[in-house]
Design a binder for this molecule. Structure first.
Ligand code: XMP
Length: 323
């Protein structure tokens, strides 16, 4: 019979058999899958695992701390955090096109992650031969079912390393669906904020600022997003809503009035959607009083935002994200 206890026991034994006394690396994204995969492997092989978290500066308020503090506290994992905010911001400077942003963020991410892998390879200790990935059953089916290896090339001029290193993949979630992964994560003691996290795009807030991405704009959006999330959670809407992108229209200004003065600020868009699988979605008919509270708080608490608007478009024709 299927129980989370059985799954954990089985996977821990399988991971131990696969990895032996070698070492493994796992990239953490802040999302559910990589966190649960890492926690399982940590339970199996302990200090033979090193986790890597690339802080690209595009996460929401508190999310990096969740990985750095709460994940480590819950699992005891070795964590290497790479602070790459400046690097990502420099690479994104002057860029407004959404696909261009995605390409830049993806490219920089791989570079920073590979650099971290090379540094781990150079540490003293057993051979690093494995890369942990949070592949789920639906991903396995979609990609035809094979297991694989991953290459990294040492094109970073680090020196003293073979030209091409091949990792064998460890994929402990290959037989699980998302809800089962959440149950396993909970059983492993991961915090609810990580285990119950709604979908969030890899490029993060970088694709929720319509216009150029800058530190000031990210900070502003982080504040607005934190308010929206806080109120949605307080209203008990987290399970009803699939996800709620909060978007800054950075190049749009509109006139407002606050106190005695005229303002000329930016709009924030709320995009609450209901969905089964993100392929199609409908805008969530959420309570007006919750919308009112979010609107009042954002316009009162976030400088330079003087208008909050609700996106009432289904998917199709609108995508869930604005970029
Ligand atoms: P769209 O906007 O295409 O989003 O309706 C569908 C789902 O995918 C997420 N999304 C992304 N996830 N990298 C990701 O990892 C991306 O570039 C990306 N773009 C969209 C989005 O949040 C939604 O859950």
């Amino acid at each position: 019979t299927w129980t989370t206890g059985n799954v954990i026991e089985e996977q821990v034994a399988a991971i131990r058999a696969q990895v032996g006394d070698k070492r493994a690396i796992c990239g953490l994204s802040g999302g559910v899958d990589s966190a649960v995969a890492a926690a399982l492997v940590q339970k199996a092989i302990g200090s033979q695992l090193t986790c890597v978290y690339v802080d690209h500066g595009l996460m929401r308020k508190g999310e990096t701390e969740q990985v750095e503090k709460d994940f480590v506290a819950a699992t005891g994992a070795n964590l290497k955090v790479v602070d790459a905010e400046e690097r990502f911001l420099n690479a994104l400077a002057g860029v407004s096109d959404p696909e261009e942003k995605r390409k830049i963020i993806g490219r920089e991410f791989i570079r920073v992650f590979e650099q971290a892998q090379l540094e781990i390879l150079q540490e003293d200790g057993p051979e690093v031969a494995f890369l942990v990935q949070g592949t789920l059953y639906p991903d396995v089916v979609e990609s035809g079912g094979g297991t694989g290896t991953a290459n990294i090339k040492s094109h970073h001029n680090v020196g003293g390393l073979p030209d091409d290193i091949e990792f064998e993949l460890v994929e402990p979630l290959r037989q699980l669906f998302k809800d089962e992964v959440r149950m396993v994560g909970q059983e492993l003691g991961l915090p609810a904020e990580i285990v119950q996290r709604q979908p969030f795009p890899g490029p993060g807030l970088g694709i929720r600022i319509v216009g150029e991405v800058t530190k000031d704009r990210l900070d502003l959006l982080r504040e607005a997003d934190a308010i929206a999330r806080e109120e949605l959670t307080a209203a008990g809407l987290d399970t009803e809503i699939w996800q709620c992108p909060v978007v800054l229209l950075a190049d749009v200004r509109s006139v407002g009035v606050q106190g005695d003065g005229r303002t000329y600020g930016h709009p924030i868009v709320l995009r609450p959607v209901s969905s089964e699988d993100a392929m199609t979605a409908d805008w969530t008919r959420m309570p007006y009083d919750v919308l009112a509270k979010i609107s009042t708080r954002i316009t009162n608490e976030v400088a330079d935002v003087n208008r909050v608007v609700l996106d009432v478009t289904s998917k199709p024709p609108g995508t869930i994200e604005w970029e």
